[in-house]
Write a protein that binds this ligand. Structure first.
Ligand code: HEM
Length: 499
């Protein structure tokens, strides 16, 4: 348990026996760093900060000190400490305030970055909009996007063109998330050229860049990239504004909400209506939280399928058995029967978790019990929680941990034990990802759809597949070739994204 200490004096002069033994940030080892910028250059170099953090963790132990743009921070992969921090929210710990400020400036302050009573209210709505009953209603939107993606990839397969899965999957999840967030059919999957879909994807790397920037220059000087970002957010704001009247009209009839915007505008007795800015912030939050994460996860699954023909075969056998004449699962209940396809997604998530760490902050002086040593954390201290450190090396929980073996998720032997390494790809506690079921539904459906309809082969002409962390950790250089398993459809299908 986290034990609050008694005000600032407790930090300087610990009194309880547990506090005496607790390590403070000053006691922690950590990488040396350079003057002024500390460890920031090493952290951002190479675009794989999660790997840098994991390497430091190998060298300095489960809890260490780093100096980034947020000042001195405690980074930890101690499963006990992480569990306490994540559980004791929103009162004991919060998301890092720097992230909240950056999202706020952009107009994207919503359930992800809100705290306290405001977060509680928004959280209720996010849960409601993403619950299982609602996802059933919502499945037609997911099915429409899946059909479009299948047609797109069929056209590429027939033409013998290679496919860039990440880009197409981003468009897919954007369609699903925009539909879920505000009931709008963007149809990014079939759009070509410069549209909102292509501009939205600029938002994620820009936010990631601002979070790690040593100086918030954009507050005094707007570079062309900052102006582009402003224009894109304004464009989404206009879309929200257009949908707002419809949402309000429907909700006035007492009908149940069918998207997040409707849930937000539905009148609740005794509670104030959200402002336009709050509505935009929350819709934007859903896009940010739901798009890149799910597309990167699905893209990693596609990567492993292309690398492992035997896994492809097994997904295909399952799809052929479960789907009958359908080319992909027609409803969530059928997706629920695709257990091996789901295991593929779980295994891809274990080896390539797309959200490998979280930036948090303590709201009080506190002593947290750790696995080996207790940790004393001062109020306001930035904390980096390494959510998945060691999941690719934990031989007890995941025998032969480096191998891609989806079967391990079928035999129920992957449950966490008291001494297992953290593996929390969706977070934990009261702020656990509310979109997990939607993300798993989409990624499982896609995994099964792609094997049911195509043979996949990796294409490394663009170079070996590597990792790249922008807003999420996604595959770079991922290209595949597809061969149709069935007779191609009539002409007139859209052209695929090739590179
Ligand atoms: C594979 C896909 C996804 C991954 C790996 C993922 C991961 C995460 C993680 C690690 C967190 C932080 C949890 C915590 O603080 O304990 C989070 C929060 C959140 N996620 Fe996801 N997510 C995914 C998909 C989605 C989707 C599809 C949506 C909705 C459309 C979504 C909506 C959210 C929201 C709203 C939060 C903030 C919750 C809060 O602060 O109360 N996520 N997600």
């Amino acid at each position: 348990m986290g034990k609050p200490t008694q005000g600032p004096a407790a930090n300087a002069a610990p009194t309880s026996p547990a506090t005496t033994r607790a390590l403070t940030i000053r006691d922690l080892p950590g990488p040396p760093g350079v003057p002024l910028l500390g460890n920031l250059p090493e952290f951002v170099r190479g675009g794989v900060p999660h790997r840098v953090l994991h390497a430091w963790c190998d060298r300095y132990g489960p809890t260490f000190r780093v100096k980034l743009a947020t000042g001195q921070a405690i980074a930890t992969a101690d499963a006990k400490v992480i569990n306490t921090i994540l559980r004791e929210r929103p009162d004991g710990f919060r998301r890092d305030s720097r992230m909240a400020n950056i999202l706020d400036e952009l107009g994207g302050h919503g359930v992800f970055s809100a705290e306290g009573p405001r977060w509680r209210r928004l959280r209720r709505m996010a849960i409601q909009s993403l619950n299982a009953a609602y996802l059933r209603e919502y499945f037609t939107t997911i099915a429409r996007a899946t059909e479009r993606l299948k047609r797109l990839w069929l056209a590429a397969a027939v033409a013998g063109e290679r496919v860039a899965p990440l880009r197409d999957l981003k468009r897919y999840t954007l369609d699903v998330t925009v539909g879920l967030a505000m009931g709008h059919d963007l149809n990014a999957v079939e759009q070509r050229g410069d549209g909102l879909h292509s501009r939205i994807s600029l938002i994620f790397p820009e936010i990631a860049r601002r979070i790690t920037a040593p100086v918030p220059y954009w507050r005094v000087l707007r570079l062309p990239r900052d102006r582009r970002l402003d224009a894109t957010v304004r464009e989404i704001g206009d879309l929200v504004h257009d949908r707002f009247a419809d949402a309000k009209r429907r909700m006035a009839t007492g009908a149940p909400p069918t998207n997040f915007l409707e849930a937000l505008v539905a009148p609740i007795e005794g509670e104030e209506a959200f402002t336009q800015r709050e509505l935009l912030g929350n819709v934007l939050t859903m896009l940010l939280a739901g798009e890149d994460t799910t597309s990167s996860t699905a893209a990693w699954a596609v990567h492993y399928l292309a690398e492992h023909p035997e896994v492809q075969h097994r997904v295909r056998v399952e799809a052929d058995e479960v789907l009958g004449d359908d080319e992909f699962a027609p409803d969530p209940a059928t997706v629920g029967r695709l257990r091996y396809a789901e295991a593929v997604v779980n295994e891809a998530t274990r080896l390539r978790p797309v959200a490998p760490f979280l930036f948090l902050q303590s709201l009080q002086d506190v002593v947290i019990s750790g696995t080996a040593r207790d940790l004393q954390v001062g109020r306001g201290t930035p904390i980096i929680a390494l959510l998945v450190y060691g999941a690719d090396r934990d031989t007890r929980r995941f025998p032969d941990p480096q191998a891609f073996r989806p079967e391990r998720w079928l035999d129920d032997k992957t449950a966490a034990g008291p001494d297992t390494q953290p593996f929390l790809p969706f977070g934990a506690g009261p702020r656990f990802c509310p979109g997990r079921n939607l993300a798993m539904l989409e990624a499982t459906l896609l995994t099964s759809m792609v094997c049911r309809n195509f043979d996949l082969e990796s294409d490394t002409a663009a170079g070996p597949v590597g990792e790249r962390m922008d807003f999420t950790m996604s595959p770079k250089n991922l290209r595949i070739r597809l061969r149709p398993r069935k007779v191609p459809p009539a002409a007139g299908t859209p052209r695929a994204t090739t590179q």
